[in-house]
Ligand binder design. Sequence first.
Ligand code: C2O
Ligand code: CU
Ligand code: CU
Length: 509
Amino acid sequence: MKLTRREAIRLGIVGGGGLLLPFGYQPPAQAQFSPQVKRFDLPFRRPPLLQPVRSDDTTDYYEITMQKSRVEILPGKTTEIWGYNGMTPGPLIRQKGGKRDLGGRQSIIRFINQLGTDPQGRPIKTSVHLHGMASLPQYDGYAEDLTAPGQYKDYIYPNERPATLWYHDHAIDLTSRNAYMGLAGMYIVEDDYELTQLNLPQGEYDVPLILQDKRFATDGSFIFDDRGQKGLFGDIILVNGVPWPHMEVANRKYRFRLLNASVSRGYQLALSTGDDLIVIGTDAGLRGTPLKTKNFEIFPAERYEFIIDFSKYPVGTQIVLRNLGVPLSVDYSSNTQELMRFEVVRRESDDSTIPAVLRDFKPIDPALAVRTRTFRLERNINNWTINGRTWNKNRSEANPNYGDIEIWNLVSTGGWFHPIHIHLLDMQLLARNGSSPRPYEIGWKDVFYVGEFQTVQVIGKFGPQIGRYMMHCHNLVHEDHAMMAQFEVGQGGYSPFSAPPKSLPATPL
Ligand code: C2O
Ligand code: CU
Ligand code: CU
């Protein structure tokens, strides 16, 4: 991306513009780059699949320990991470789900906190959010429902909607640090319809792609610099925890499940060949119909599923997955303009297909909305705010009735872009600045990009649970400072604190 002077000043790249800096930001010190890594040198890796510790008629039980470890991310160096089972991204969970009467299964995950203390000597407390799951309030990773080191908590997940989800830390005020240190992983819910009725690429041809950007010190440790609460932008791109990997593929179709797990960075994806990406899914599952596009943007916490058909490329072809950039994300020359490379290395037959209809998708009729609410996203002197207020667990910013359809206007008054995440429900984008959404954004979603000075209208039906849930900016730096609010669906829901963590030693799962 080319920065305009105004953008560059806002990002603190250009000196001497002090008076023009909004909100009194200090220009950061001289940019410091991470140790160099050769692009497309390291092999592509998939996060390992987590097996249940046991299963019964209705439920699969898993166990994950959150712990520090040292891993090799940059060749020849080690980095301290805080990871689920000591790895980052965390292990992949593939859960059989769907409606209970159609064979869907719930899952219970025991998250054990063995993280110890941070460099300041404070205990590293956690809250685990499974992003995209309609969990009860006490299992939703409420930011103040904290599990301390030496404690564990069993989270219950209903898995009723097939989609690409992710689990990540949500500890109050420290989410950006904890997720950046490594506490993030993918969780896929699949149902019978998708596995047996649709003939999309499956198994090894159904591939997670978890995008992150990091900065490293010369000794290999992560550098966390939020540029005065604006955002954290790394110059090393990781895909599934590997810097700029190369992936060997057969000349056939692959399904990719792309998650932007970056703290602040947005990406605009495109293939170096200029060929189409075939988008089949959004945050909350499959689209109605496949959509061909040459590029699409993905902001923090969004998920897109797409198919690349490698069958037209001869063996030996190399295709780079590129990042064309988005406004207000700092691009470090070619470093962040490339993500990974595909290398067609073998021929293979392919009986998978992309059906013309993926699932029944109906836009929600705006005339059914019983209420419209407006949320102003703005900066004050010290913080990011929603309707001028910062997070307060004792206040709800909205009280929709259970089952009501509402339209929410998300309004950025400037200063930055905000990927807004609303917990609990899947919503649809109605309009951006009064115009139609970009075609690939049409579908069920739980994160909505609100560009600077934009007004984004979303619509949804409040449910399927009652109780208190969070909404916030998913630029995690903004979330921590404290662009987060609460809404309460219906009345009489469980308190987010009604399933407190327990102390180790744990009882058997
Ligand atoms: Cu992915 Cu409330 O977060
Ligand atoms: Cu969420
Ligand atoms: Cu924001």
